[in-house]
Design a protein around this ligand. Structure first.
Ligand code: ATP
Ligand code: MG
Length: 423
């Protein structure tokens, strides 16, 4: 049998890849407006980075990591997410020492998780994310959220739902943690084995359990919002005020959690409301993680970020039937008749491209009719026809495919003709 693509991965072929390019370009452009700079980190890291940085009680680390030993006996992992790597690099490169703070970074690249593949869930997927490190101003929380929303909106999505919550500071979280343990402990036997081990280690993660989500104790669990201390409340209020001042609609959902100790204050998700969008509706997740930099060995530095996957963004675009403004047209297709004219198109084609025009010619020895068909398939704006007679007369026939207008042009004027018409 021939070799097939690994389960949970996909080839992105011409015809679809243009969507990806458009989205990635757009997201980068928006990041530039918001003054986030790109960072590129390796696709593999020490496994320990993720056990520490993502947390060894998470599904990502416990069940989903691709771990391997290299020939030198090092324990490495294909990165399952981007934040830990960005923070590692921030610490390793002492970016906290730069005068420009906060350090605002974005990344884009493949992530790897050993998951059960289904619509919107792949084993290799592309995440686009941002991290803002070094500021505890609630305005930066609002900025990060508004940046995520801008990416979806400027790409053309309309049916979006933004959900936010606050996990408070460590004092608030500790009080909430106690209340959660008391709430679940008497009935913990009715929960899955993961939840049982979460009870003491990380009870907040019980609220995030996919297996037990319908258990009645889930709905009645103590809300983090009732445990926020004054400072945390003020912080959360500020974030909401800033969002409202930017006309960004949101809902507060006290059950939205991030299960790790170093997460605090703002947590958010963006969901698709589009009809026909699959069971998995979350497009983007983010939050504040003031303890993470320290956990990874750097100086105590606040941080906030989000990650979204391009796969789910595209699924949402498809569900909303958004047409992206992708240019599929080429500027000129060169049709030739006869051996000498054909040879001459090599030079003409090169001149067109050299001057910045997209252009193509026939390489299959096609008859003239088939060359015109090829020009159609390329959606050529202009078709230039060169026959033996034209070549002798130092001329070429250029047809504007939009207007149908034809002109005989001197070969010396060929490039300047396109410069006039297309610039
Ligand atoms: P889920 O609950 O869907 O498993 P998650 O909590 O594991 O999501 P995060 O780790 O917060 O997701 O990742 C951020 C974003 O990355 C998600 O909101 C989603 O858009 C995307 N994402 C996560 N896992 C996958 C995957 N396996 N395939 C495609 N996209 C994914
Ligand atoms: Mg997951």
């Amino acid at each position: 049998m021939s070799i097939q693509i690994p389960r949970g991965t996909q080839d992105i072929l011409p015809g679809t890849v243009e969507k990806w390019q458009y989205i990635e370009e757009k997201a980068k452009e928006i990041c530039t407006n918001y003054q986030y700079k790109e960072i590129r980190t390796p696709v593999f890291e020490s496994s320990e980075l993720f056990t520490r940085g993502v947390g060894d009680t998470t599904d990502i680390v416990q069940k989903e990591m691709y771990i391997f030993e290299d020939r030198g006996g090092r324990n490495l992992a294909l990165r399952p997410e981007g934040t830990a790597s960005v923070v590692r690099s921030f610490v390793e490169n002492k970016m906290f020492g730069n005068p420009n703070q906060p350090t605002k970074l974005f990344y884009s690249g493949p992530m790897f998780r050993y998951e059960r593949p289904q619509a919107g869930r792949y084993r290799q997927f592309v995440q686009f994310g941002v991290e803002a490190l070094g500021s505890e101003d609630p305005a930066i929380d609002a900025e990060v959220i508004s940046l995520a929303m801008a990416i979806y909106q400027k790409i053309g999505l309309k049916n979006l739902k933004l959900v936010i919550n606050s996990l408070g500071d460590s004092q608030s979280r500790l009080a909430h943690r106690e209340a959660l343990i008391n709430h679940f402990k008497p009935s913990i036997g009715e929960f899955c084995s993961d939840c049982q081990s979460r009870l003491e280690k990380n009870p907040l993660r019980i609220l995030d359990c996919k297996k037990d989500r319908d258990h009645e104790l889930m709905g009645t669990a103590p809300s983090i919002l009732d445990f926020l201390n004054e400072e945390s409340k003020v912080y959360f209020d500020k974030v909401q005020t800033y969002l409202s001042s930017m006309n960004i609609e949101f809902e507060v959902d006290p059950t939205l959690v991030r299960g790790l100790d170093y997460y605090n204050h703002t947590a958010f998700e963006i969901m698709s409301n589009a009809e026909g969008f699959g069971a998995i509706t979350t497009l983007c997740g983010g939050g504040r993680y003031n303890g993470l930099v320290e956990m990874i060995g750097g100086p105590s530095t606040p941080g906030i970020g989000f990650a979204l996957s391009i796969e789910r963004l595209i699924a949402a675009l498809d569900a909303e039937k958004v047409d992206l403004p992708i240019n599929e047209q080429i500027d000129c297709y060169l049709v030739s008749l006869g051996e000498e004219a054909k040879d001459y198109t090599v030079k003409l084609l090169h001149e067109l491209r050299d001057n910045g025009f997209s252009a193509e010619r026939d390489y299959q020895d096609r008859k003239i009719k088939a060359q015109f068909k090829a020009a159609d398939r390329h959606k050529a704006k202009f078709v230039a026809v060169l026959g033996e007679d034209e070549l002798k007369a130092n001329k070429i026939n250029v047809k504007d495919m939009t207007t149908g207008e034809q002109e005989e042009i001197s070969l010396d004027q060929f490039i300047s003709h396109f410069q006039q018409k297309l610039r």
